[in-house]
Ligand binder design. Structure first.
Ligand code: AMP
Length: 189
């Protein structure tokens, strides 16, 4: 099984992705985590990425795809498939993912949208800043991340609907309840 998880910032993509990967033995490819690791390594690339992430902007497709390829190579092993968390974020990236899958000779099983309304997101992000201390979890930067989501990522809903791959999940509720909603979708794939 190969799936993507998408949704607005604060929807719970990271938390749910970790739970799904453990249950289904999938390789968790979180572009946000991989890019943050690059920043922590203090490389030149990391410094360039940091200024973009800190402003809430997207990193270039070239860099994002490059870190994904490297991550997959490094983590080759006994997985039942891939879970992409935070990629694709644009229609162009969805086309790039489709090319990547073709090259790897695999198919996308589903695109899971974790949907959460804006007022809930803002509260969640404010709480997450206190727990995780992410510089981009700031109210002003969040506004720009939300705008990018609705302008550039939300069009993926129709994109995957047209491909009959879209699975909509209500992301409001307890972590375990949302997880059960996702599990019941994945069970019948
Ligand atoms: P996330 O952890 O998914 O919320 O991502 C945090 C930040 O990493 C985003 O606001 C972007 O700056 C960057 N990022 C993550 N995934 C991508 C992607 N697929 N394309 C471009 N930038 C990304």
């Amino acid at each position: 099984m190969n799936i993507i998880i998408f949704g607005p910032p604060g929807a719970g993509k990271g938390t749910q992705s970790k739970m799904i990967c453990e249950k289904e033995n999938l390789l968790h490819i979180s572009t946000g985590d991989i890019l943050r690791n690059e920043i922590n390594s203090d490389s030149e690339l990391g410094n360039n990425i940091k200024s973009l992430i800190d402003q809430g902007d997207l990193v270039s497709d070239e860099i994002t795809l490059d870190v994904i390829r490297t991550f997959i190579k490094k983590n080759e092993g006994d997985h039942s498939g891939f879970l992409f968390d935070g990629f694709p974020r644009t229609i162009q990236q969805a086309d790039l993912l489709s090319d990547l899958f073709k090259n790897m000779n695999i198919n996308l099983s589903a695109a899971v949208l974790i949907d959460v309304e804006q007022s809930v997101l803002i509260n969640r992000i404010i709480n997450r800043k206190e727990v995780e201390g992410r510089d981009d979890d700031d109210e002003v930067i969040l506004a720009s991340r939300l705008k990018i989501y609705y302008d550039q990522t939300a069009p993926l809903i129709d994109y995957y609907k047209n491909l009959k791959l879209l699975k909509w999940v209500d992301g409001v509720g307890e972590i375990n309840v949302v997880n059960q909603r996702i599990n019941s979708i994945l069970k019948v794939l």
